[in-house]
Write a protein that binds this ligand. Structure first.
Ligand SMILES: Cc1cc2nc3c(=O)[nH]c(=O)nc-3n(C[C@H](O)[C@H](O)[C@H](O)COP(=O)(O)OP(=O)(O)OC[C@H]3O[C@@H](n4cnc5c(N)ncnc54)[C@H](O)[C@@H]3O)c2cc1C
Length: 419
């Protein structure tokens, strides 16, 4: 009898895992079901470009079901809860799926309503987020009529998806405002709960320097307690205030709400405790986790989700035949950072190694921790790879799950600038 793999979430992780498994296993040995609440697969890295008119929300969305190979069942409904002991997923449409193996791939959700005032007066009029297609489009409208003043970009708290995206927004905003000739009458401020521009020291120093060069003010260790859209101010828990005319806020993130309704599955934020190397959940040996839904200490990024896929699929296959799992995932993350003016940086790191200068994926490759046009082209081309290689679960030439070490220089090598 075929074993049944149920995959919760048909985003980046759920789609690539389903397709990899479908390619490798006969239909009569493995039944695969993907559950998602909607049929709109968003290429989320594209959201960054929407506010600046460089792409449109409708150009980065495709039907979810069409990204899944034939022989994968798609159930379009929300997950209500998981009963781990009974090996059952209860669906919002009243259905129930029994599984042999469950893959949790429901990502992270935005919870703006958890910050006082954020969704109150001024929300989507003066205060926006570009983390949703609707928010990114609305912000684009507001930027187009913006004629100078104070723009504030605020990360309410970590963890967030793609921790470099708010910095990229600042760099692109600086470029956009210069192109429009209104940069000299606009202050741009980046407000973060971190003690620097980024989490990892070498990259944080580099990115902090780039903010300074562009005249973007950096406010650190700011724990946002309230966003007052009517008066135009951020207020921190320790009473500091940052005024704005246009607020760009990255709201708090949590796991999908059904996780809280599934006894034993998640932590207090709704993320699923997961072994950081095997990707098996701590809740049950028959539950695996991929992508933003897990609590592992890797970035919440599509690249991480992609790299996890290799280990996750191999470990599901081992688990199905009773073999021991491999501690194969090293926390590998790889992010292009758009810096405006048709350039981007690239950072590559894992659980143990912070982003270092050099080249990726080997001594001949894309420059690391350095702005270049080549990296910008890499970022633009990635959308094609996303739909045509990453989601179908095909290997991308030269790109592997493990973080490469060749081509990287020790930290003491000061990164130079490329003109
Ligand atoms: C603005 C922005 C820029 C980004 N830029 C980059 C980048 O440059 N590089 C990079 O690597 N990553 C980037 N990311 C992050 C990347 O998009 C995510 O990390 C990645 O998509 C995570 O994949 P996932 O499968 O875990 O979650 P998702 O792809 O978000 O999929 C989760 C799925 O679960 C479904 N779901 C949730 N709850 C339920 C439920 N109760 N019932 C049924 N279905 C449910 C959702 O509908 C969704 O389809 C960016 C993200 C954003 C927001």
């Amino acid at each position: 009898m075929a074993q049944h793999i149920v995959i919760l979430g048909g985003g980046t992780g759920g789609t690539l895992v389903a397709n990899r498994l479908r390619r490798q296993h006969r239909h009569d040995s493995l039944e695969i079901t993907v559950v998602d609440q909607d049929d709109r697969h968003v290429y989320q890295p594209g959201l960054l470009f929407v506010p600046f008119g460089l792409t449109h929300s409708e150009d980065i969305v495709r039907p979810r079901q069409r990204q899944l190979f034939d022989g994968i069942t798609f159930r379009r409904t929300a997950v209500d809860h998981v009963d781990i002991d009974a090996h059952e997923v209860h669906l919002a449409d009243g259905g129930c799926l029994r599984y042999d193996i469950l893959v949790v791939a429901t990502g992270a959700v935005l919870v703006p309503e958890e910050t006082e005032g954020l969704t109150g007066p001024g929300w989507m009029e003066r205060v926006f987020t570009f983390y949703t297609p609707e928010g990114a489009s609305a912000l684009g409208g507001a930027l187009a009529t913006f004629d100078g003043g104070r723009i504030v970009v605020n990360v309410v708290d970590m963890p967030i998806k793609c921790p470099v995206a708010p910095l990229e927004f600042c760099f692109l905003a600086d470029w956009y405002l210069r192109e429009r000739g209104i940069r000299d009458r606009t202050t741009l401020t980046y407000v973060t709960p971190l003690d620097g521009a980024f989490t990892k020291p070498v990259a944080s120093g580099q990115l902090g320097g780039m903010l300074e060069e562009r005249g973007i003010e950096l406010v650190t260790e700011f724990n946002t307690g309230e966003v007052d859209g009517a008066a135009g101010r951020l207020v921190s828990y320790d009473g500091r205030e940052v005024p704005f005319d246009l607020g760009v806020v990255i709201p708090l993130h949590g796991g999908a709400p059904y996780v809280h309704r599934s006894p034993g599955l998640g932590d207090e934020l709704g993320f699923v405790p997961t072994d950081e190397h095997t990707l098996q959940s701590k809740a049950s040996p028959d539950v695996f986790v991929i992508g933003d839904a897990s609590n592992v200490a890797a970035s919440k990024a599509g690249s991480v989700t992609h790299f996890e896929g290799e280990t996750l699929v191999a470990n599901i296959e081992r688990h199905l035949v009773g073999e021991p799992l491999e501690a194969g995932f090293d926390g590998h993350a790889n992010c292009f950072i758009e810096t405006g003016f048709h350039k981007a940086m690239l950072i590559d790191f894992n659980y143990d190694t912070e982003p270092l200068p050099g080249h990726y994926p080997s001594a001949v490759g894309l420059p690391l921790l350095k702005e270049s046009r080549l990296n910008h082209l890499g970022k633009l081309m990635f959308q094609w790879f996303y739909w045509h290689s990453l989601l179908p679960g095909r290997d991308i030439p030269g790109i592997h799950g493990d973080m490469p070490t060749s081509g990287k220089h020790p930290v003491s090598t000061a990164p130079e600038k490329e003109s």
